[in-house]
Design a protein around this ligand. Structure first.
Ligand SMILES: Cc1cc2nc3c(=O)[nH]c(=O)nc-3n(C[C@H](O)[C@H](O)[C@H](O)COP(=O)(O)OP(=O)(O)OC[C@H]3O[C@@H](n4cnc5c(N)ncnc54)[C@H](O)[C@@H]3O)c2cc1C
Length: 367
């Protein structure tokens, strides 16, 4: 746990996700008597809630990013711009893509999740990792300028897919035919019936074709192929399908759930290794919730406090996930849909509320 000089090994934070930005803001390395290190492949962390607004032209790049390097400098946290590639929980060290190996006294993991593509499918553009989506978006812009139009399918009809479909339609206008494709029989299947009806009406209104019960098996020769044999001709595909965990965690020795996510207790602590914590999409909670940023954000303060208490050997706090949570769906035309407690509403005031919520979150991490 310490080096030859008796100095405690650092707290290592892997990933600049929505929970870790709060940890960086709150943890005081001086009080803990050890260094705090953040490992992230990029100096800027995107805020997913505003990505559709960026695609639709409402926001610029800086509007929806947190400058992690600056946040770290302000908080006395060391920033390492690289990726973690392996964890050895027995030796208590992390291997980085640049070859360095870091010992830790506490490890915290907030690395998000990645879309699961149908097996064997490699084409198309995944919306995650969001940090590099802005580069992949250039491919869609090229398709648009090359063909002057095209057919574009967004696969996955959860909140992210629905928002991306509206945002892409707004970006390219009517000359690109945007469609929304998904396995379920309706969009945003885990939200209220009234919100689903509103989404369907808005899709019709802007001319986004909807293909429900379309279980994509392949994307080949300019066609999406469904399990039941249906096909849809498309030039490009954007994947917003359900999320998986990175495979490199499988050799870490950490207890994982069947999908490969890190199993944690109510204190966000690994079930197998109490010096390891996880939050956000990568954490598999005792009382599971959908993979959504709203949970990562709420876990941030608890995670920061529990890392601190763990070092100071104090009792940890429990994280109690909300039973009902608000979803704000941007329609990319200055309006948004709000949905909570089975009640939904549409309007400009909802979009203004969403903008206020999103920018208030980001402002906390700017100085
Ligand atoms: C288009 C879109 C819109 C969405 N809108 C909403 C919304 O309105 N509300 C909502 O609640 N949810 C929304 N979501 C879901 C939301 O994006 C995720 O649930 C949320 O980002 C999860 O946060 P996180 O902290 O787990 O990880 P992330 O925010 O994904 O951050 C993880 C970070 O870890 C880094 N990382 C990954 N691997 C490594 C590694 N090996 N080493 C070091 N760093 C690593 C990544 O670069 C990334 O910056 C949306 C998703 C999408 C795609």
């Amino acid at each position: 746990m310490g080096d030859a000089a008796g100095k405690a090994a650092p707290i290592v934070l892997i990933g600049g996700g929505h929970a870790h930005v709060e940890v960086v803001r709150k943890l005081r390395a001086a009080e803990l008597g050890c260094e705090v290190l953040l490992v992230s492949p990029s100096a800027c962390a995107p805020y997913s809630g505003m990505l559709p607004g960026y695609v639709a032209g409402q926001y610029g790049f800086e509007d929806f990013h947190i400058d992690l390097a600056r946040l770290c400098t302000r908080s006395g946290v060391s920033f390492l711009m690289t990726t973690a590639t392996a964890i050895d929980v027995e030796q208590m060290h992390v291997t980085l893509a640049d070859g360095r190996v870091l010992s830790y006294s506490r490890l915290s993991i907030d690395i998000g999740s990645t879309p699961i593509l149908p097996s064997g499918v490699t084409g198309g553009i995944a919306v995650k990792p969001i940090a590099s989506f802005t580069e992949r978006l250039a491919r869609l812009d090229q398709m648009h300028s090359r063909t002057g139009g095209g057919r574009l399918a967004v696969v996955g009809q959860g909140v992210a897919g629905v928002e991306m479909a509206f945002a892409l339609q707004k970006r390219f206008g009517r000359r690109v035919e945007v469609m929304l494709v998904g396995r379920a029989d309706r969009p945003i299947a885990d939200r209220s019936v009234s919100a689903q009806a509103k989404v369907l009406a808005e899709l019709r209104q802007v001319g986004i074709a909807h293909h429900p019960r379309f279980d994509v098996q392949a994307f080949e020769n300019g066609e999406l192929v469904a399990r039941d044999g249906r096909t849809v001709a498309v030039h490009e595909v954007v994947w917003t399908t359900s999320s998986g965990a990175p495979t490199w965690l499988r050799s870490s020795g950490l207890s994982l759930d069947p999908a490969g996510f890190i199993r944690v207790d109510a204190m966000l602590r690994s079930l197998s290794h109490p010096e390891v914590f996880a939050a956000g999409d990568i954490a598999s909670l005792p009382d599971p919730r959908p993979k959504a940023g709203v949970f990562a954000v709420r876990q941030g303060p608890i995670l920061a406090e529990n890392l601190r208490r763990s070092v100071l050997k104090q009792p940890l706090q429990s994280y109690l996930p909300q039973q009902a949570w608000l979803v704000l769906i941007s329609l990319a035309d200055g309006r948004a849909i709000a949905d909570k407690w089975g009640i939904s509403a549409t309007g400009r005031w909802v979009a203004a509320w969403k903008h206020w919520n999103d920018t208030r979150f980001l402002d906390r991490y700017r100085g």
